[in-house]
Design a protein. Structure first.
Length: 473
RNA sequence: GUCCCCUUCGUCUAGUGGCCUAGGACAUCGCCCUCUCACGGCGAAAACACGGGUUCGAGUCCCGUAGGGGACGCCA
């Protein structure tokens, strides 16, 4: 049997990190079955029935986020709103079959019902006052809502692939609204109908939907439809232990992109947040597809830890192709240097990327360290670097300038030999000579191997940068 | 308040009754490597929420307590 999963975000904002993980798990589960089972498809449905809160921008942001993460969906994204007619038709069917009824309560009346129930410590449920009332009693001029005639006795159980069997007494559940007074479907009805119509076999979503599943199962039963497999994955919590919500500082995936994270790092991190495969930490996508199973999803919520994401990101940066990193860094450099890039920045970066990427944990750090190849003369030295080219440092620099000018073959081996020879003759530790050089050539006290930097910058630029420093002061 | 769920190092987790003196990863701290910073290597510190059972034996099973979370909309 083919596995069909779906990701069903409501377009009220960006794709936040929790949603991204839900999408990842759905995608992985479908891909796993596509490659190792008897087929799998991953669908995308935009839950835009709330017209007031849904926006085009949000839809675009969500699609963008998924694409950035590399989570491609099968077929076109489905707009739930466009299915409203179908939803109403099903509500009508339920009504005709006696599994639903019209309720003429006003929103105010319901609010009172809830308020007094809570005040008295009772469950805040609809009391079913129109469940068996004669429709002839309907107040004139009031558009009714349609409610499900839910069972009052027995229990409803969710066989959940992550949470196990979760049960509730039907007495705890009230008759939910399926169709609003204006004829539009509620979320509960719409999800069930759409999942059924789209042939969804596995509903993998956040744990905050677990209690919704009870009600949805009742709708499936009312319709006589087969209930899909459920898998409610634990939520991601913020540092304070509460659910990561948008108003809680949860960031959109675009924010992580802007902070210099690679999509593969974000995916790897998200995958490991709540799921594990023994002691494995670095898990490439193809490996994830092979290994992913709902059985190994944990049951407890996890806190988001940027440090670990950052560490993973450093790993993936080191592993990334140099050319790709150059492409990612160039626009960042253009921005930070305000367009004033050295002419051969790109070719220098191509040569220097191997040394650069080893030292960066984010693309932002990478771009910052890459500035040494992009800046035009004269460089401005930071405070510590400026100190380093004073006094002894200045003297060494002067000597070193001469030695470098005389190096026959401009290779980092020959350059290193030249500098080492100088240090030995002057009876210096290599660092005493290397640091002033680094300061003069990069304006900083930290950089890739200074010999590599010298080679890449080229003789003219190197001598020029040294002269700039020796000139002033 | 009611219902549902969760509980192993600071964090993510391994662990499915004996292999646990509880393993790995991130973070932290030391040492090594070293032209700086990283990377890498080695090492340290760090956890089974608590209380009862069941069992020859419990981190692993059961019950309770505490703590945390989620859901209780004509939102999704």
């Amino acid at each position: 049997m083919t596995v069909v999963t779906r990701f069903a975000p409501s377009p009220t904002g960006y794709l936040h990190i929790g949603g991204a993980r839900t999408a990842l798990y759905n995608w992985l589960f479908a891909k796993h079955h596509a490659e190792y089972g008897s087929g799998g498809r991953f669908l995308l449905r935009i839950e835009d029935t709330d017209r007031k809160r849904s926006t085009e921008d949000a839809v675009a942001a969500i699609l963008d986020g998924l694409k950035w993460l590399g989570l491609d969906w099968d077929g076109d994204a489905v707009s739930q709103f466009t299915m409203a007619g179908r939803h109403a038709e099903i509500a009508r069917q339920l009504l005709d079959e006696g599994n639903a009824y019209k309720c003429y309560c006003s929103p105010e009346e319901l609010q009172e019902m809830r308020d007094s129930a809570r005040a008295e410590g009772r469950k805040t449920m609809y009391d079913g006052r129109w469940r068996d009332r004669d429709p002839a009693d309907a107040p004139p001029g009031v558009d009714p809502v349609i409610r499900l005639r839910a069972p009052h006795n027995g229990e409803t159980v969710i066989p959940d692939m992550v949470q196990g069997e979760v049960k509730v007494n039907n007495g705890e559940l009230d008759d939910m609204i399926l169709l609003r007074a204006d004829g539009s479907p509620t979320y509960m009805l719409a999800v069930v109908v759409d999942d059924h119509d789209m042939g969804v076999s596995h509903v993998i979503r956040g744990d905050d939907h677990l209690t919704n599943a009870f009600r949805q199962i009742q709708i499936y039963h009312g319709l006589g439809w087969e209930v899909p497999q459920f898998a409610h994955i634990p939520l991601i919590h913020g540092a304070d232990g509460a659910k990561m919500s948008k108003r809680h500082g949860a960031l959109g995936v675009d924010a992580y992109r802007d902070q210099g994270f690679l999509p593969e790092a974000v995916c790897n991190y998200l995958l490991r947040l709540g799921w594990s495969h023994g002691d494995d930490e670095i898990i490439r996508r193809d490996q994830a597809i092979e290994w992913f199973a709902l059985e190994s999803v944990g049951k407890s919520p996890a806190k988001f830890d940027v440090d670990k994401l950052t560490s993973l990101n450093g790993h993936y940066i080191r592993e990334a192709e140099d050319a790709r990193l150059v492409d990612l860094v160039m626009p960042l450099l253009a921005r930070s240097l305000d367009g004033g890039l050295a002419e051969d920045t790109e070719s220098r970066l191509a040569k220097g990327m191997a040394g650069l990427k080893e030292r960066a944990k984010t693309l932002l750090e990478l771009a910052e360290s890459a500035e040494i190849y992009a800046m035009t003369r004269p460089l401005s030295l930071n405070e510590k670097a400026a100190e380093m080219v004073e006094g002894d440092g200045r003297a060494h620099l002067t000597s070193l300038r001469g030695r470098l000018a005389d190096v026959a073959t401009w290779s980092h081996e020959a350059l290193e030999t030249a500098v080492r020879t100088y240090a030995e003759t002057a009876e210096l530790k290599l660092g005493k000579a290397a640091q002033p050089l680094r300061a003069a050539l990069t304006g900083r006290t930290v950089s890739p191997s200074i010999f590599e930097v010298i080679e890449i910058l080229g003789r003219a630029e190197v001598l020029g940068r040294i002269d700039d420093v020796l000139k002033d002061g």
